[in-house]
Structure formats: C-alpha cells, structure tokens
Design a protein around this ligand. Structure first.
Ligand code: PEP
Ligand code: MN
Length: 356
C-alpha cells in the first residue's frame, strides 16, 4: 500500500496500521450503534460505518431505521471521537447526512450502477467536501465505476476512495459475490492515485471467508479495508452471516501484513532486475514469433484465395486448438488461459486471411 494516496485525508487515516472503515451493516438501535462503536474504538478503529437506509433486495426485510440512525451516529462520534458515516442513495439522504453533521458517505453498489442517482448525489454534495467512498457497481463494469468517480471529481469532491465489494455472479460460487479482481486492477491502472479499499464482507457473504479475502486484498495492494463488524453478529437484522465481532476484527487486523510496493534490499533488487530482463527477452521472442505466425497466415490466405477456398475451416481450427491444449497441459499451463490467447490469435489470423 502507498499511504501517499491519502494526502489530505487527515484523521481518517492517522491510526497506526492501515486504513480501516468498520461498523455494522445496519444501524439497528441506539444501544447497538453505541456499543459497537465503543468496542471498535477501543481496538483502534478510527472510522465507523453503519447503514441508516438499507437497499434490500426484497421488500419486507429490514430496510433500516432511516433518519433516526443519524442521531445515533453523531452520538457515537461524540462518545468515541471516531469519524462516522452512512450510505447515501439520494439527494434527500445527502441533505439529511450533511445537516446531521456526519463525516463521510458511501455510495452503494446498486446506486453506482445508476448514473442518474450518482449525479443527483454529486450535485447534492455541492459545498460539502466530505469524503465519498464509491463502491463498484453490482455488474462487472469498470467503466461505470470510473464514471461515478469522475462525476464526484467534477462536483469538486477532493477525497474520493473506491471500495471493491465484488459483483453479482450467475454461476455457483462459494462467496456471495464474485471477487472479479480484474475490476479493481483495471480501476487502479486508470486512477493510480485513487485510494482503493476492499470490502471483504460483501464479497464473502459468510464470515468464514472474510480472512482469506482480506489477505488476497493485501497481496493485490489495496490501501485499506471497508468491513462489517457487529457486537452480536448472529442477531444482526441484515447481513448476519458475514459480520464479525470487533474482537475478531482486531485479531484479523493484527494478522494482516500490508505489502510494500518496493523493498530496500539490494539482493531483492538484483534478483528482480535479472528476472525482469529475462521477461523482456521472452516478450520480444513472443512478439517476433507472432509476427512470423502472421506472415505464414498471410501466405495461407493467398493460396486459399487463388484456389477459391474459404478462409474459415472449423475442423482445422479444432485440430490446432486441441494440439495446443494438450501441449499446454504437458507444461502445466492453465487451459483456459491458453485457450483465451489462441482464440485471440485465431481471430487475428482470420482477419489477416480475409484481407489477402
Ligand atoms: C453495505 O455496505 O452495507 C451495502 C449495502 O453494501 P453494497 O452496496 O456493497 O451491497
Ligand atoms: Mn451489508
């Protein structure tokens, strides 16, 4: 992680260790908010979250207590000195949050997927430069996520962080949401200075997996965790299965070692430099082999044209692919990875032959 991404964030990230936003999924009662906040604060957490309005998939489930929760959050802030915030999904929420004196908002996954709502929230924030945590949309669309971040930037918000919480999956997976790590990686390449949090609770959907997902996030150079914690998870009114106690959170944080993006050791540098030189050499060979392959494809295209033979012959391609995949297997390479690469090579080769 790179702390310089948090320039200007002050007390939000001053705690030792790495930045953590923690608290219950929902603010359920004054007692639950105050006791969870105090247990977390005792363990060094400096930023507290709790949902006032809850975007539930089905009606008839607990939809949050609404505005009443804002007062409990302010009481938690007064009692602990923590920064406190909640989810905003409309201009009405933003106004209520600002007039109650909360310190930050987050934009939920269902809201990020809707540019009208994102713009409405960005407009409502005008003049209130509080931090905005933007969760990824429920669908795997990094552009939609980037677009929401751009809307807040344009509205003059100076402290924006992305929160990765996985995406809806159509296949059976052990987690509630597909981690789809490619999405935060794409966003990082687009906005290298943007702080990026991981929300392991909503990816996991089950507290048994919160640890492994948090560790993976450290390996992928996330800057912090945005995590659900409740004093009595089993009795939580929403997301009961994925919340952990403040004590469990503290144990998890102690066991996590944020990774550095570099290291001072001269032997590390020497080995990395040698390996990188080797990678560059291999990449040059790959490009030169691809160029040779495309030349051969062009020649084949020429013969096919002279002899009025169609460019595409399905059976030939099936044979090429099965040969390549059995080779790949012998080398211990992942079949899907090799299949993706050769599908792409095949497409380029067909285009080349068509243009002969
Ligand atoms: C939440 O953080 O409680 C929440 C509703 O998250 P998401 O928008 O990621 O589902
Ligand atoms: Mn939740």
């Amino acid at each position: 992680m790179d702390r310089s991404r948090f320039t200007g964030w002050g007390a939000f990230v001053e705690a030792p260790g790495f930045p953590v936003v923690a608290g219950p999924c929902s603010a359920e009662s004054r007692e639950q908010v105050l006791s969870t906040a105090s247990e977390l604060s005792r363990r060094g957490i400096r930023v507290f979250r709790a949902g006032a309005w809850k975007p539930r998939t089905r009606p008839g489930t607990f939809e949050g207590v609404g505005e009443a929760a804002l007062e409990w959050l302010v009481q938690a802030k007064d009692a602990t000195g923590m920064k406190v915030g909640t989810e905003a999904a409309s201009a009405y929420h933003v106004k209520a949050i600002i007039s109650a004196g909360l310190d930050f908002i987050w934009v939920g996954a269902r809201t990020t997927a809707n540019p009208f709502l994102v713009q409405e929230i960005a407009d409502a924030l005008e003049g209130a430069d509080i931090p905005v945590f933007v969760k990824n949309p429920v669908n795997p669309d990094a552009d939609l996520w980037a677009g929401a971040i751009e809307r807040f930037r344009k509205a003059g918000i100076s402290r924006i962080a992305a929160v990765h919480r996985g995406v809806t999956s159509y296949s059976r997976i052990i987690y509630r949401n597909d981690p789809c790590w490619q999405m935060p990686i794409t966003l990082r390449l687009r906005f290298p200075r943007l702080p990026m949090f991981c929300d392991p609770s909503h990816i996991a959907g089950d507290r048994r997996y919160v640890d492994e997902i948090s560790r993976k996030a450290m390996d992928l150079d996330f800057d912090g965790l945005f995590i659900e914690s409740h004093v009595n998870p089993a009795c939580a009114l929403s997301d009961a299965a994925q919340q952990i106690t403040p004590e469990e959170l503290s144990g998890l944080l102690l066991s996590l070692v944020p990774k550095e993006t570099d290291c001072d050791s001269p032997s590390y540098h020497e080995s990395i430099e040698q390996l990188r030189a080797r990678i560059d050499e291999i990449d040059d060979n790959i490009v030169s082999l691809l160029a040779d392959r495309m030349d051969v494809s062009g020649k084949i295209g020429g013969y096919k044209k002279e002899n009025s033979v169609s460019v595409l012959q399905g059976s030939r391609w099936d044979a090429v692919m099965s040969r390549v995949l059995s080779r790949a297997e012998a080398y211990g390479l992942d079949k899907d990875f090799i299949k993706d690469i050769f599908d792409r090579i095949h497409r380029a080769s067909i285009e080349k032959q068509e243009n002969c």
